[in-house]
Write a protein that binds this ligand. Structure first.
Ligand SMILES: NC(=O)c1ccc[n+]([C@@H]2O[C@H](COP(=O)([O-])OP(=O)(O)OC[C@H]3O[C@@H](n4cnc5c(N)ncnc54)[C@H](O)[C@@H]3O)[C@@H](O)[C@H]2O)c1
Length: 195
């Protein structure tokens, strides 16, 4: 099979499409001829209704996320709730609703969830490697950690949003049809470099 797979006509839900990685995902899939949907995840029932109104979906990318840098000992209940609501529960809600539709339509589908290398290792106040607004949050500890992380990477630069989109396009395509339930790390070697 050629590497030139096209998403033309495919119906794709991308959460958090307003900026950063999500914005680039929306742009690239749109440029490729896909029909792209994005949603606000603020409300559980509203999210379900909106996804159901989109009709049949071929692909979902759970990209929306929030990061408010805080030291563990300073995390408040409100902050913990905000992170869990968007980064965990909304993701669960989107997958469940979209998967239900995919099962009913009987044509299958693919779902990619975007997470962080913070899910694999402890990083003070969290870390960012992809150059997006999230990585430009003005917090001195966070910025120092980003520089420290990059300095330990074998590839010493931030990741371009297009490099994330390339991976998402690959795993959503039939080229990766036997890759399922996997976690694929794209971090310029950050994890390997810190061993
Ligand atoms: N930038 C990095 O280095 C990095 C590192 C690790 C993980 N990530 C993950 O990649 C994903 C995208 O991050 P980014 O760097 O583009 O961040 P970003 O802050 O630039 O963009 C996040 C997007 O999520 C959206 N969002 C937040 N809350 C939402 C809600 N309730 N409903 C709908 N949309 C909402 C925002 O509007 C925004 O469009 C996130 O899940 C993030 O955790 C990024």
């Amino acid at each position: 099979m050629s590497l030139n797979y096209s998403f033309s006509g495919k119906r794709i839900l991308i959460t958090g499409g307003a900026q950063g990685i999500g914005r680039q995902l929306v742009q690239r899939f749109h440029d490729d001829g896909a029909i792209v949907f994005t949603i606000d995840l603020a409300d559980w029932d509203g999210t379900r209704k909106t996804i159901e109104s989109f009709g049949a979906l071929d692909h979902v990318v759970n990209n929306a996320g929030v990061v408010i840098p805080q030291a563990f000992m300073d995390v408040t209940k409100e902050m913990a709730n905000l992170h869990f609501d968007v980064n965990v529960l909304a993701c669960f809600n989107v997958i469940q609703t979209a998967a239900k539709g995919m099962i009913e339509q009987g044509t299958g589908g693919t779902i990619v969830n975007i997470s962080s290398i913070c899910s694999k290792r402890a990083v003070p106040q969290t870390s960012m490697l992809v150059d997006t607004p999230m990585a430009r949050i003005e917090d001195p500890v966070l910025q120092a950690n980003i520089q420290k992380l990059i300095s330990r990477c074998p590839i010493k630069r931030t990741i371009d949003t297009n490099e994330i989109v390339d991976l998402v396009m690959f795993v959503l395509s039939p080229l990766a049809s036997m890759i399922t339930g996997e976690t694929i790390v794209i971090d310029g070697g950050a994890n390997a470099g810190s061993l």
